[in-house]
Structures are given as structure tokens and as C-alpha cells.
Design a protein around this ligand. Structure first.
Ligand code: UDP
Ligand code: MG
Length: 351
């Protein structure tokens, strides 16, 4: 097998590449050595059945368990495989973003690597797109594979998000979705770092259609989304789709200020006209804790937005690709020269 191996580079704000194959399947993988062979086998068998040119883009998100080596072994027997190795762990959303930048298909499918998203749904999703949809999002009818607390938390989160968000993000969807090139081009022009891709796809608009499915159990291994990462994703989801928490902060601040003015008037009145005012330890403590806790919550909300603003303002590349390995298959494109990318990246970073 001959491969094109690019040296280390990073890019941001690239002009979108022209599609050179029909379908790209993009799978971010973090410590998925236990499942990668089976995932590849099932995705490949579905894609082979389509009778159209395709590529499978596997993104290794800085795994520490031999996932990359497993991917390289797969590349040996399959020309339609594109392997992307990130320089370190970037997190699911950025790994997916890296895969989307590399994908060369007219249609692009995003899915998890752990087979919770069944590849067998893909023909149905493609059919819906044939009917004129620009985005086909897989919507979870059930999610038997996930723990009960996770299902409850997710259900609550999606409902809160839908209330807060300015564009109605469909309930109970993940990143398992099929988009066409024009939607992908919109996504590629969105430079934000704290990404919530399902919200970004919704924001892009066009014709978006649901495809209901039952979410399976993870094929093997543990979840790569501990509570810490889930919380970050949830806050990113809200902060990137809505400014309403800031309005909430002002309203809460206003209400408490109103309460504070009441207390002030009461104390002044008692001091002036009642004379001897009571010691009032309890009311004092209540006032102090109430005021300071509301202040801290408001500060925290403002801080979430401010921190994200700071991260965006640095304008660093979203992800760093250590190398891309492509087999020289018939429908393969040569990746552009890294030098050209670096120049484009400098020109593109005018934010
Ligand atoms: N993932 C990733 N980087 C990370 C965490 C997760 O690329 O830092 C990938 C992971 O390999 C999988 C997908 O994101 O393909 C979803 O992760 P997981 O299945 O563990 O999440 P869950 O389904 O439990 O929410
Ligand atoms: Mg999973």
C-alpha cells in the first residue's frame, strides 16, 4: 500500500474543498481500540451495498490505547479509508470538526465510533436526502444503551436547550446526521472553538428532516464522556445557542436588588422612627447570603460567556492534525500541500 503522509500542520478558515467522492463517513475515535475493527466492518459493509464511491474518515483523537495502530492495520486492506491523527486529545466536537474539514464527499455522514449509532440506518437516511432534504438527523426514539440517569439528564437538557435556543434544536438528537455539501460548507465557515455541532447544523437552516431510530448499547469499552465532559458540552450547547442566561442574570440581579432596597427602606424606617432597632442577626445573615449567592451566580454566568470570548479572541487553530494517511485508491484526492494550507490559514484568520 502506498500512502500520502503529511507532516505536522494546522489549519483554520480554509476555503472548502471540492467534493471528489459521493459519501464521506466521519467517525471521531478516542480510545476505541476495542470497537474499531467491528465498526469499520459494519460501516464498510453498509457502504459497499450502496454501489457508489465513498470514503471512511477515521479521526484518532489522541487515543492512548493503540487505536491509531489498529486504524493503520485497517488501512492496509482498504483504499477508501482516510486516517486523520490529531496531535493530542481535542475532545469529541473538535475531532469531528477535523474529520469534517478533511471529508471530500458530496454527502457527509457523522457518527460515533462505538456503534451506538447503527450504520444500517444510513441507506434510509440517504433515501430521505434523495427526497430533497439537506440535513437528515437521526432522532432517538429510545436509548436503551444509556444509563437511566443519563437518559433523564439528556431529556431534561434538550428540553431546556429548546426553550433557551433562538433556533429550535430538535429534541433527542446527537451528532448522528447526514448533511450535504452546501450545509457542510456553511459549517466549515463557522470558526468557533466551543463547538456544539448539532446546534450549528440546526442554525445553518435549509431543509432538515428527522429519521427516527433506536439507540443501541455501546459495542465495547467504556463511555468516553465522563460527567465533566458532558457538562462542558451542555454549557457549550447553551452558551453557543442562546444569550438568554445573560438576560436571566440581569433579571435575577434586578429582583434581588429590589429585595435589597426593601430591606434598606425597612432598616432606615426602623432606625428613624422606631428608635431602638433589634439586633436582627438572622435577617442580616439571610440578606448577606442571598445577595452574595445571587452575585456569584450572575458572575458565573457572565464568566462562562467571557471565558469563551477570550478563547475565541486568541484565534488559535481549532485542531492540530499530526498526519493524514490516505491509501491511493481510485477516487482518492491528494491532500493540498501543507505550505499552501499554512498560507491560506494565515489569510483566512482575519477574525
Ligand atoms: N470521542 C472523541 N474524543 C473524546 C471523547 C469521545 O473523539 O474526547 C468520541 C468517541 O470515540 C465516540 C464519540 O466521541 O466515537 C462519542 O463518545 P462516547 O460514545 O464515549 O459518548 P456517549 O455515547 O457515552 O455519550
Ligand atoms: Mg457512545
Amino acid at each position: 500500500m502506498s500512502t500520502t503522509i503529511l507532516p505536522a500542520y494546522s489549519f483554520v478558515g480554509q476555503p472548502p474543498p471540492a467534493p471528489t467522492t459521493w459519501l464521506s463517513v466521519v467517525l471521531p475515535c478516542y480510545n476505541e481500540a476495542d470497537v474499531i475493527d467491528e465498526t469499520y466492518r459494519r460501516v464498510k459493509s453498509v457502504c459497499d451495498g450502496l454501489g457508489k464511491p465513498y470514503e471512511i474518515v477515521l479521526v484518532n483523537d489522541g487515543s492512548a490505547d493503540g487505536t491509531w495502530e489498529a486504524m493503520e492495520r485497517l488501512a492496509g486492506n482498504h483504499p477508501a479509508l482516510v486516517l486523520v491523527n490529531l496531535s493530542r486529545n481535542h475532545g469529541h466536537q473538535l475531532a469531528l470538526a477535523a474529520g469534517l474539514h478533511v471529508a471530500a464527499g458530496e454527502r457527509i455522514l457523522m457518527m460515533d465510533a462505538d456503534l451506538q449509532d447503527p450504520p444500517e440506518l444510513v441507506p434510509q437516511m440517504l433515501e430521505i436526502m434523495d427526497g430533497g432534504a439537506d440535513v437528515v438527523y437521526a432522532q432517538r426514539r429510545t436509548r436503551q444503551g444509556d444509563a437511566r440517569w443519563k437518559r433523564a439528564a439528556a431529556a431534561l437538557f434538550y428540553r431546556i436547550l429548546q426553550r433557551l435556543s433562538d433556533t429550535a434544536i430538535p429534541l433527542d438528537t446527537g451528532d448522528f446526521r447526514l448533511v450535504n455539501r452546501r450545509v457542510l460548507n456553511v459549517l466549515l465557515q463557522m470558526p468557533e472553538r466551543n463547538r456544539f455541532i448539532r446546534g450549528m447544523v440546526t442554525w445553518a437552516g435549509f431543509r432538515q428532516v428527522a429519521c427516527p431510530y433506536d439507540r443501541d448499547k455501546r459495542h465495547a469499552g467504556e463511555t468516553k464522556y465522563p460527567i465533566r465532559k458532558l457538562l462542558k458540552l451542555a454549557i457549550d450547547g447553551i452558551a453557543s445557542s442562546s444569550l438568554k442566561p445573560l438576560a436571566f442574570a440581569s433579571i435575577a440581579g434586578g429582583l434581588v436588588a429590589f429585595f435589597g432596597i426593601g430591606i434598606l427602606a425597612y432598616s432606615l424606617f426602623s432606625w428613624l422612627f422606631v428608635g431602638k432597632t433589634p439586633q436582627g442577626w438572622t435577617s442580616l445573615i439571610i440578606t448577606i447570603t442571598l445577595l452574595s449567592s445571587v452575585q456569584l451566580v450572575v458572575l458565573g454566568i457572565v464568566g462562562e460567556y467571557l471565558g469563551r470570548l477570550f478563547q475565541e479572541s486568541r484565534g488559535r487553530p481549532l485542531f492540530i492534525i499530526e498526519r493524514i494517511v490516505r491509501s491511493n485508491g481510485a477516487e482518492r484526492v491528494q491532500a493540498p500541500e501543507p505550505k499552501a494550507r499554512a498560507v491560506q490559514s494565515a489569510a483566512g484568520s482575519t477574525r
